[in-house]
Design a protein around this ligand. Structure first.
Ligand code: SF4
Length: 238
C-alpha cells in the first residue's frame, strides 16, 4: 500500500511552503499554526511570520506583545505564547533531544518536526493519518507521513471518503463506507472563546481600563499570560 500511496503523492501531493524547508524552526511554526487552523488560512500567515522572524533567535528576541499581535486572527492565542517560549528555549539551550520538552509541543508536533526537519524515521500521526490507518488497517511506514496527510485531507475525508478516486481503493476493506459526523463543531459565535478573542483584540490595539472590558474574559486571558492587569489597566505583556 505504501508504494501505491507514494506514487499517488508524487503526482497529487499538495505544494505547501513548509515542504520546501528542512529548518526545524520553520517546521515548528507551521505545525503549531496548523494545530487548530486550516491550511489555506495558515499559508499567508506562515510566510509573513517567517519573513518577520526567520529564526528561533529572532522570535526569542521579540516581545510577547508583538508575538500576540502577530498571531491575531489565527485563534487559540495560547499557541503564540507557547511558540514564543519554545523559541526562547531553543535560542538559549538549543533543540532538546525530546522535543515534547518544548512548551506547546505534544507527541504529534514533536514527531512532525523530527520527521520533516530532522529526518528521523518516525510516522507523525495526526487525525487524518489515524483515519487512513484505521480504515485501511495498514501499518504505513515513516516515509508515508506527508502522503497520508494529503490522502486524509483530500480523499479519505472523515464523513464521505472519495473512494472512487482513491489510490488505495482496491486493497481497502472500508471502500464505499459512509460515516456519521463524530460531533458537531462547537459554535464560535456567542461562545466564551469569541468573547476572549474580542477582548484580546481590543487590548492588542491599546491598553484599556478593566471596567471597559469583559471581566470574565480578562480573567481567563490573564490566567493564560496573554494580558497583564496592573492598577486597573489591562495591557499585553511586554
Ligand atoms: S478506499 Fe475509501 S475508505 Fe479506503 S482509504 Fe481510500 S478513501 Fe479511505
Amino acid at each position: 500500500m505504501d508504494a501505491l500511496l507514494l506514487a499517488w503523492f508524487a503526482a497529487n501531493g499538495r505544494d505547501l511552503p513548509w515542504r520546501h524547508t528542512k529548518d526545524p524552526y520553520a517546521i515548528l511554526v507551521s505545525e503549531v499554526m496548523l494545530q487548530q487552523t486550516q491550511v489555506d488560512r495558515v499559508i499567508p500567515r506562515y510566510l509573513a511570520w517567517l519573513e518577520r522572524w526567520p529564526t528561533a533567535q529572532a522570535l526569542a528576541a521579540a516581545s510577547p506583545a508583538d508575538v500576540i499581535r502577530a498571531w491575531q486572527g489565527l485563534g487559540y492565542n495560547r499557541r503564540a505564547l507557547n511558540l514564543h517560549r519554545a523559541a526562547r528555549h531553543v535560542a538559549e539551550h538549543g533543540w532538546p533531544d525530546d522535543l515534547t520538552a518544548l512548551p506547546g509541543v505534544g507527541r504529534y508536533t514533536a514527531d512532525a518536526v523530527a520527521s520533516f526537519a530532522l529526518g528521523h524515521s518516525v510516522l507523525p500521526v495526526d487525525t487524518n493519518v489515524r483515519r487512513v490507518q484505521e480504515r485501511t488497517g495498514h501499518a504505513f511506514g515513516p516515509e508515508s507521513g506527508q502522503a497520508l496527510m494529503d490522502l486524509g485531507a483530500t480523499i479519505c475525508l472523515s464523513r464521505i471518503p472519495r473512494c472512487g478516486v482513491c489510490p488505495l481503493a482496491e486493497a481497502c476493506p472500508s471502500r464505499g463506507r459512509r460515516y456519521e459526523p463524530l460531533r458537531k463543531q462547537s459554535r464560535f459565535e456567542g461562545s466564551f472563546r469569541q468573547r476572549r478573542a474580542q477582548t484580546l483584540r481590543l487590548v492588542s490595539s491599546s491598553a484599556r481600563p478593566v471596567g471597559e472590558l469583559d471581566a470574565e474574559a480578562v480573567a481567563a486571558l490573564e490566567r493564560d499570560g496573554l494580558v497583564k492587569l496592573n492598577e486597573g489597566v489591562v495591557a499585553l505583556p511586554v
